[in-house]
Design a protein around this ligand. Structure first.
Ligand SMILES: [Zn+2]
Length: 173
């Protein structure tokens, strides 16, 4: 597929730049640097159960994840985590601390990095959206039966299970 310069609209060439194949504009020199997409999400536990959302759309329709989404260009990760939690669950939340940073290279929309925050619920009403099938607080035993949204989702869940003293030995796929 042909790509075009975001600055001047000229068709891009592919060249080796800084030891990598990159697309560059022969007219103005603009280089298309492929970079990580940045996401943020929340890890919320209540009575030993973890808040999870079941995706209703592809990619990973039917798989489960902790509420998360892409940062807007002017957002801090914690702001994005709070916003995404509300959009995906209807819950108003507050971040408490960074729980972990995760990367993935198995999403068809591009490679990414996820900032995951421990958070608590301030209010709101739990509800599904047109992108989600279910929401719920699940026990470690229930969580281990689920399919997750890729390697980052799997690693996030595995780290939570470790805090419960459970080591998950199933395949993430
Ligand atoms: Zn250009």
């Amino acid at each position: 597929m042909n790509h075009y310069c975001l600055e001047c609209g000229t068709q891009l060439d592919t060249r080796i730049i800084e030891d990598r194949k990159r697309e560059i504009c022969p007219a103005c020199g603009w280089i298309h640097y492929k970079q990580y997409k940045v996401s943020a999400g929340v890890r919320i536990e209540k009575d030993g159960r973890l808040l999870l959302v079941k995706r209703g759309i592809d990619p990973w329709k039917g798989h489960w994840y902790m509420p998360a989404g892409f940062l807007e260009v002017d957002e801090d990760p914690e702001e994005a985590a709070v916003r995404e939690a509300f959009e995906e669950t209807g819950l108003k939340v507050k971040t408490l601390r960074l729980a972990g940073v995760y990367t993935y290279k198995d999403d068809p929309r591009g490679n990414g990095i996820v900032f995951l925050y421990d958070a608590e619920i301030l209010g709101g009403t739990m509800q599904i959206t047109n992108e989600t099938e279910k929401i719920g607080f699940l026990s470690a035993e229930e969580v281990m039966q689920l399919k997750f949204t890729g390697i980052s989702g799997f690693n996030q869940i595995q780290d939570w299970l470790k805090t419960k003293g459970v080591l998950m030995e199933i395949d993430h796929a």
